[in-house]
Design a binder for this molecule. Structure first.
Ligand SMILES: Nc1ncnc2c1ncn2[C@@H]1O[C@H](COP(=O)(O)O)[C@@H](OP(=O)(O)O)[C@H]1O
Ligand SMILES: [Mg+2]
Ligand SMILES: [Mg+2]
Ligand SMILES: [Mg+2]
Length: 323
């Protein structure tokens, strides 16, 4: 069960983080990016967005349990002082008043939950950091998980092109429906998956980064399915938004190495947007995503999201190609 208070708080939180990220993208300077222990990039905006989401949620909901991607420990050392200052400045600007660095680190640290309780939030403050740094697509992804099931997903996609020519939308999935708030619109529009008549008419999307999803395997799968359209390569959970509103029919995320486990914040919000829009999301073996194992999807491998109609056929071919 999700309350209106929770839904509104989540929508407000994601919008606030999206405003912060939009302002920061393209203005990052040397020293505002860090390479984390797993060799992935993180920027001042990733940390600041996590802080403002926590501020927005806790201000409206009181204390929360949150599995957030970013860890304040990455900002703790003495040589990270300028990075900390950059994060604090972004948060202060977004909130409209000066905030102490210690407060900002405390907000970020709220995301340290292990994700093993009955009810928790999960946040990717910037999903697609590599896309963000390239000036391309990224998403702010926030979800609420209850008894291992996603019950609310909010996906902010500040750079996503809309059919009406505007740019940017926030997607909200809850209570049996998915809606989008395109930039500038106050009223939400209902979102639903595409239903191409044949697989040959379908389009699939995948990561821009071939290190995140195997482009070669995807090309082989598409060819066996008779898909002729070029892949729609787009960073972040914007891929889920694309399937949810019918820009594409299939999202393939194919393991690039054995042993990699997907992070829950990379999928919880997006997969629920697709499901509430009428689609189906599983791993590459056709199994449901299992959010009961902490910070990673320990029991799943890769992702296949579709409009639903061809899901079984797609899984069959995915399994053949990956075997
Ligand atoms: N080897 C790998 N396989 C799959 N996903 C990976 C990966 N290495 C990193 N990632 C994840 O890929 C996400 C971006 O996905 P995409 O390629 O769809 O834009 C990253 O999220 P962040 O950008 O939040 O760190 C990161 O968590
Ligand atoms: Mg990251
Ligand atoms: Mg991510
Ligand atoms: Mg991220």
């Amino acid at each position: 069960m999700v309350t209106d208070l929770e839904r509104n708080a989540a929508l407000h939180a994601v919008r606030s983080a999206a405003t912060l990220c939009s302002a920061a993208q393209g203005r990052l300077v040397a020293g505002e990016t860090l390479t984390k222990g797993d060799d992935s990039p993180v920027t001042v905006a990733d940390f600041a967005a996590q802080a403002v989401v926590v501020e927005a949620l806790t201000d409206r909901l009181g204390s929360i349990e949150l599995v957030g991607e970013e860890d304040p420990a990455d900002l703790a050392s003495d040589d990270q002082a300028s990075l900390r200052d950059g994060v604090t400045a972004l948060v202060s600007t977004q909130l409209g008043h000066d905030v102490a660095a210690g407060q900002v680190l405390d907000w970020i640290g709220v995301g340290g939950s292990d994700g093993r309780s009955d009810r928790y939030w999960t946040l990717d403050p910037i999903d697609g950091t590599k896309g963000f740094l390239r000036g391309d697509q990224y998403a702010i992804a926030l979800a609420l998980i209850e008894d291992g099931e996603v019950v609310l997903g909010v996906l902010g996609c500040p750079n996503l092109p809309n059919p009406d020519g505007s740019t940017g939308a926030v997607f909200v999935a809850s209570g049996g429906e998915a809606v989008a708030y395109p930039a500038g619109a106050t009223d939400p529009v209902r979102v639903g998956v595409a239903e191409p008549a044949t697989l040959a008419e379908a389009r699939f999307c995948e990561s821009v980064e071939s290190g995140h999803s195997s482009h070669d395997d995807a090309a082989e799968i598409a060819s066996r399915l008779g898909i002729v359209a070029e892949p729609y390569r787009i960073d972040s959970q914007c891929k889920y938004a694309a399937v949810a509103r019918g820009d594409a029919s299939i999202y393939l995320r194919l393991p690039t190495r054995p042993g990699y486990r997907e992070k829950i914040w990379d999928h919880a919000a997006g997969k629920f947007v697709v499901e509430q829009a009428g689609g189906v999301v599983t791993d590459v073996d056709g199994a449901s995503l299992d959010f009961r194992h902490g910070r990673r999807l320990e029991e799943n491998r890769g992702i296949v999201a579709t409009d639903g109609r061809f899901h079984d056929r797609v899984i069959e071919v995915v399994r053949d190609v990956l075997a």
